[in-house]
Write a protein that binds this ligand. Structure first.
Ligand code: HEC
Ligand code: HEC
Length: 318
């Protein structure tokens, strides 16, 4: 016990001396940096009329630092496509963020300072609205709301984020723009389309007792499910039951139950901005859920899918 305390005190004193030395060194460095900045200001004033030369860089600004190693183009492209499908709805096709939704990721200091592994772990977990680190009071959903993303997918997305932050690391010709896309799907036959439209005003929807009454075509509903996943899931959740502080529950929505298909289509095209008096959450419902690639047919399929969810919910209850 005695030797132990001696050892610790013997260790502590040089340590505090070291700390003092470090403190002094830091002080000197800061002073030197200050002088360097002043000198730079003078120099650039003196040189303003002289030949233009590259601005002296202060190492603090990451983008002015020398570029990191070239990013793997295949990984980056895969990451970009995942980003387009899952993240662009909230963070924008260019990653520059959307007002009231996701942040700007190109200039995010959080991304700049964290390791790849840490960012992957963050993406896996998301950031709840009441997380102390959350600054916007809008949640960042786990995996951006897409549970299908694997670890490898997340790693590819991180590569893409690195490219957004410093495009000098991206090979020439590789685009960083993540076009919102809808997955390719064999077109439903014309019959399916007709069914989807013609049942609009609906017969006894909730009272339908047989499986094969004139409800929406199964193929249309399946297409709608796929489109829903691509464009709506990040805010309304995998089961359309809504996500806290984001999209509402669509399964129990009276608004949907009361609107016919034409009214629903018009609603989806227009969205409901936070400024709209009908908006109850103060969060934007973007036009077409933020996916301009959705055409009428795909939106009609989504409507069929949601109506089917509503019908299933009411039939299982009673
Ligand atoms: C439903 C909207 C939404 C989706 C989808 C979404 N995010 Fe976010 N994301 C947010 C919000 C909101 C924040 C800011 C949370 C806060 O205030 O800290 C955020 C924050 C982040 C941050 C932290 C940025 C910082 O500076 O703190 C990263 C990184 C990020 N998102 C990446 C992604 C990626 C990658 C995806 C796709 C896999 C994705 N997000 C999908 C809404 C979304
Ligand atoms: C970026 C987030 C976001 C996306 C993506 C999104 N929504 Fe919404 N949606 C919202 C919010 C927020 C509301 C609630 C607005 C309000 O407060 O009235 C909403 C409301 C709705 C409503 C009205 C519900 C009601 O009871 O008033 C419907 C219907 C709807 N969304 C359908 C969709 C469909 C279909 C998609 C995909 C094409 C989609 N949304 C994509 C955020 C989103």
């Amino acid at each position: 016990m005695n030797t132990e305390s001696i050892r610790t005190s013997a260790v502590t004193s040089p340590r505090s001396a070291e700390r003092l030395a470090l403190g002094l060194a830091a002080g000197v460095t800061i002073a030197a940096a200050g002088l360097a900045v002043i000198a730079t200001l003078f120099m650039s004033a003196a040189q303003r009329s002289a030949t233009p030369r590259p601005q002296v860089t202060l190492a603090a600004a990451p983008i002015l630092a020398p570029p990191g190693p070239r990013l793997d183009s295949a990984a980056l492209s895969r990451g970009r496509d995942h980003f387009a499908a899952t993240c662009a709805l909230c963070h924008g096709e260019d990653g520059l963020g959307r007002p009231g939704l996701g942040k700007n990721l190109a200039t995010s200091a959080f991304i700049a300072k964290c390791s790849d592994g840490y960012i992957s772990a963050f993406l896996e977990k998301g950031r709840d609205a009441n997380d102390p680190l959350n600054t916007t009071k809008v949640p960042m959903p786990p995996k951006g709301g897409n549970p299908d993303l694997t670890r490898d997918d997340l790693a590819d997305i991180v590569t893409y984020l690195r490219g957004l932050q410093d495009p000098r690391r991206v090979e020439a010709g590789v685009s960083l723009l993540a076009h919102l896309e809808v997955p390719e799907e064999p077109e439903p036959g014309p019959a399916a389309r007709v069914t989807a439209v013609s049942t609009a005003a609906g017969d006894s929807a909730a009272g339908g007792d047989s499986e094969d009454d004139d409800w929406y075509d199964a193929e249309t509903i399946a297409l709608g499910a796929k489109m829903y996943k691509a464009s709506c899931v990040s805010c309304h959740g995998p089961d359309a039951r809504g996500l806290k502080n984001l999209g509402k529950d669509l399964v129990t929505s009276r608004f949907i139950a009361d609107a016919d298909d034409d009214a629903m289509l018009a609603f989806l095209k227009k969205g409901r901005p936070a400024s709209d008096p009908a908006n109850t959450t103060k969060v934007d419902m973007p036009p077409k859920g933020g996916n301009p690639a959705l055409n009428d047919e795909k939106m009609e399929a989504i409507i069929a899918y949601i109506r089917d969810l509503q019908r299933k919910a009411t039939t299982t209850k009673s």
